[in-house]
Write a new protein. Structure first.
Length: 409
C-alpha cells in the first residue's frame, strides 16, 4: 500500500513538474492560421516574435528564397569593403553560357559586357536570375563550392544547423548542369523551414535595410549590349497591393512542389515578415494575404508594461529605490482582449549610475506562453534612472542596513 502511495505521489510530482516546465518552455504562436500553403509564418521584424505559424518547423524546398543568403553575404562583403556596389565586373565564360538557359529564370549575360554588383543584385532579386546569383557567389567566395560551404557556415552560426546548399540559386542540383554536384542526387535542393527562412530574411533586412531600395522596385533596366537596356520586372506581384504596402522581398518556384514567397510589409503599424512555402500554383500571393488578414483579425498590439522603480544596490536614495524609465516602449502582438504579464527577472546594476547608464534589464518573458515564441534571441528591455544616482558611502551603507534591521524588529 505504501509503495502504491509513493508511486502515486511521485507520478503526481512529475506531472506538476512537467506542467511547470511546459509552462515556461512551450512555444505556441498567438495565431494558428489556415492558408493554402504547406507552411506559413508571420514574424514581427523588430522583436522576432512569431505571431502566426502553420507547420513552420518542417523543412521544405525553398527554391529561389535561397538567393537571400547570397545577397546577405554580398552586402556583408560591401560593408567590409571587399566589394564595391558600383564596381563593374566581367562574367566568367561558364556563367555566361549558363545564363543563356531560358528554361529556368535567367537574365542573359554577355561576355563583352561588364555589370555592377548592384545590377547583379537587381537581377537576382527582381527577376530571380539564377546566373546573377551564382556570379555574386563567385565574387563573394571564389567558387560555387566555396560559396555553399560559406552559406552553410553562416546559417549554422545563426542556429540553423545541417542546412545544405548546392548553389546560390536555389535550383535543384540537376538543373545546375555543368555546375551540378556529382556527389549528390539530381533532385537534391536546399530545404529550410518557414521559421528558418524568416530568420534569414530578418537578419538581412535588419543589418542591411538598404536592400529594400532594390526589392521595392517594380522594374529596372538591366544592361544589354547594343540597346538602352533590358527591362526586368519584379516577380513580387504584391508590390501593387493597396491594402498592404509591401517593399519586398522574394519569390521562389520549385519544380514540382509549389511556389514560395517571403514578404516585407506592415501590420498594425509594425514591420512584419510573411512566409508561405509550397503553395499551389498561382496561389502564393493569395495565401500571403490570407495570412495577413487572419492575423490582423485575431491580434492586437500591446505596449509591454513598464517597471516603475527598482532597488539598486548602494543607491543613495530612500531605501535604495530608484525611479526608472525606458527609451523604447516594446510592443507585443497578443489576442484580442488579452492582457500581458511580464515574469522575466529584473537584473539590476549597482550605483553610481549616470542618467544615461543602464540601471536594469529585463527579458521579455510573459506569463502567457503563446507570447513567448521568438525566432532566436528573446528581446531585452533596458531601463535607465530618471536622474543621476550617487553611490552610498561605506558608512552610510552600514547605517542603512542597521536601520533596516531596527525597523524589522
Amino acid at each position: 500500500m505504501r509503495k502504491q502511495i509513493l508511486r502515486g505521489g511521485i507520478s503526481a510530482l512529475l506531472l506538476i513538474l512537467g506542467f511547470q516546465v511546459s509552462l515556461f518552455t512551450s512555444q505556441a504562436a498567438v495565431v494558428h492560421p489556415q492558408v493554402a500553403a504547406r507552411a506559413a509564418v508571420l514574424v514581427d521584424l523588430q522583436t522576432g516574435q512569431v505571431v502566426a505559424s502553420q507547420n513552420d518547423r518542417q523543412r521544405l524546398p525553398i527554391a529561389s528564397l535561397a538567393k537571400l543568403v547570397v545577397i546577405y553575404l554580398t552586402e556583408e562583403a560591401i560593408a567590409q569593403q571587399k566589394l564595391a556596389r558600383q564596381k563593374a565586373v566581367s562574367i566568367p565564360p561558364a556563367l555566361v553560357q549558363f545564363s543563356q538557359d531560358q528554361t529556368i529564370a535567367n537574365v542573359p549575360l554577355n561576355s563583352n559586357q561588364k555589370y555592377t554588383i548592384e545590377q547583379l543584385e537587381q537581377a537576382a532579386l527582381l527577376a530571380s536570375s539564377n546566373s546573377a546569383a551564382m556570379v555574386l557567389a563567385q565574387l563573394v567566395s571564389g567558387s560555387q563550392t566555396a560559396y555553399c560551404q560559406q552559406a552553410e557556415k553562416l546559417l549554422a552560426a545563426w542556429g540553423i544547423k545541417q542546412a545544405h546548399f548546392y548553389s546560390a540559386s536555389g535550383l535543384e542540383n540537376g538543373a545546375l548542369k555543368n555546375f551540378k554536384n556529382q556527389q549528390v542526387p539530381s533532385q537534391a535542393q536546399t530545404e529550410l523551414s518557414a521559421r528558418e527562412i524568416a530568420l534569414v530574411a530578418r537578419k538581412l533586412v535588419r543589418r542591411f535595410p538598404q536592400i529594400l531600395n532594390l526589392t521595392s522596385q517594380r522594374q529596372a533596366l538591366f544592361p544589354q549590349a547594343g540597346t538602352t537596356g533590358q527591362k526586368i520586372v519584379n516577380t513580387n506581384e504584391l508590390l501593387t497591393n493597396t491594402q498592404y504596402h509591401f517593399q519586398g522581398l522574394k519569390t521562389g518556384t520549385t519544380s514540382n512542389q509549389g511556389q514560395n514567397f517571403i514578404g516585407y510589409t506592415t501590420l498594425k503599424n509594425r514591420p512584419v515578415l510573411t512566409v508561405v512555402l509550397n503553395t499551389p500554383d498561382k496561389q502564393t500571393f493569395a495565401a500571403t494575404l490570407q495570412l495577413l488578414r487572419q492575423t490582423d483579425r485575431q491580434t492586437q498590439v500591446l505596449a509591454v508594461p513598464a517597471v516603475k522603480q527598482a532597488k539598486i544596490l548602494r543607491a543613495k536614495t530612500l531605501n535604495s529605490q530608484v525611479a526608472l524609465r525606458r527609451k523604447v516602449v516594446p510592443e507585443v502582438f497578443a489576442s484580442p482582449e488579452q492582457t500581458v504579464t511580464l515574469v522575466g527577472t529584473l537584473q539590476t546594476r549597482s550605483a553610481p549610475l549616470a542618467r544615461e547608464a543602464v540601471a536594469a534589464t529585463q527579458k521579455l518573458v510573459f506569463r502567457q506562453t503563446e507570447l513567448n515564441d521568438y525566432l532566436d534571441l528573446r528581446p531585452t528591455v533596458r531601463y535607465y534612472p530618471q536622474k543621476d544616482i550617487a553611490r552610498l558611502s561605506f558608512w552610510d551603507s552600514c547605517w542603512q542596513k542597521i536601520s533596516s534591521l531596527w525597523r524589522r524588529n
